[in-house]
Design a protein around this ligand. Structure first.
Ligand code: ADP
Ligand code: MG
Length: 306
């Protein structure tokens, strides 16, 4: 196959690994910086241009679109889809998963376990919003945050009120969420490829930190997950319509709850923690998908809704 990898930088670990794995399996690979792609959307023959040349003959495209370039990145990906190029994850699924509230609403509709979560724009009664999610301690999140930035633990009712007021004063969109204290500052990253969890790791926040993000100094170790956790992760990815996803779970007393579903999960942490060659598994999955759709224009294959 001729594969395009949409990534800002070919030296990033995940991009490098996917390139390496694809070449090893005999594919031709080109890494394209999405911000340097430009498109003719009005033509009867949709095109993507890169450095003065129209891109042609690609069979598949692997999006590695960072949160800061979601808007333009998904537009470029959509253009590839219009050209009949098979995407590893579809643009519509990526957009969907980037909005935490929308994601949680979709997951909730499918009956997937979630932390009790409230959302408000201008609550006239902040105390009621707080009691709706079970009172303090609670977690307050900026809707568009990543890497743990914008996730705050309010341990008392008073702290919760003032943090919510402060965020509202800045016109920020926020979620207010039940704090799963029993998770002990750890979460589980399940790496889903197709309908399987191909690897899982436990991420533990550093001492005194409730956020387990590796970017915040957390550490990762291998973990064995339960069948319930496995099926929750796969169902969450499918609900979002993502073929490849990093599903983050918390171990709550009443079972696994999904915190978020990541559409461009990093390979470095999970390959190092598990010693598995996930990049090759992703490429093999793409080969299988390509065979299934054959030479047909792939257009939209949307399992997720909304
Ligand atoms: P981000 O997108 O910034 O990573 P997350 O929602 O994943 O935001 O939250 C960051 C981290 O904070 C999580 O990995 C988890 O360790 C912790 N966390 C988030 N929400 C909760 C919660 N409701 N209860 C307990 N810990 C939480
Ligand atoms: Mg996270």
């Amino acid at each position: 196959m001729k594969i395009a990898i949409l990534s800002r930088n070919s030296k990033l670990y995940s991009t490098r690994r996917l390139t390496e794995a694809a070449r090893k399996r005999g594919h031709e690979v080109r890494v394209l910086d999405v911000l340097h792609c430009y498109m003719n959307i009005a033509s009867h023959k949709p095109q993507v241009h890169f450095k003065g040349v129209a891109l042609e003959g690609f069979d598949a495209v692997i999006p590695r679109i960072g949160a800061s370039v979601t808007f333009y990145g998904t537009a470029v990906l959509r253009q590839f889809e219009m050209m009949g190029v098979l995407p590893l994850n579809e643009s519509v699924a990526i957009s969907r998963s980037r909005d935490k509230l929308r994601s949680l609403q979709l997951l909730s509709r499918k009956g997937i376990g979630l932390p009790v979560t409230g959302f408000a724009n201008k609550p006239d009664d902040i105390q009621d919003l707080i009691s709706m999610v079970g009172g303090a301690p609670l977690v307050i999140k900026l809707l568009e945050g990543t890497q743990g930035i914008g996730v705050v633990l309010a341990e008392t009712q008073k702290a919760a009120e003032s943090v919510i007021e402060a965020f509202m004063g800045l016109h920020a969109n926020i979620l207010v969420q039940e704090f799963i204290g029993e998770a002990g500052g750890a979460d589980i990253r399940c790496f889903v490829v197709g309908d399987k969890v191909v690897a899982a790791m436990k991420r533990q926040g550093r001492e005194g930190e409730f956020r387990s993000n590796l970017h915040r100094g957390g550490s990762a170790t291998l973990i064995k997950i339960t069948p319930e956790e496995r099926s929750t992760a796969v169902r969450a990815a499918q609900t979002m319509g993502l073929s490849v996803a990093g599903v983050d779970l918390l171990r709550a007393n009443h079972g696994p709850v999904v915190m978020e579903v990541n559409s461009s999960p990093g390979l470095e942490g999970i390959e190092n923690a598990t010693g598995k060659d996930i990049a090759s598994q992703i490429i093999q999955f793409l080969e299988k998908r390509k065979q299934e759709v054959g030479g047909k224009t792939t257009g939209t294959r949307t399992r997720g809704r909304g």
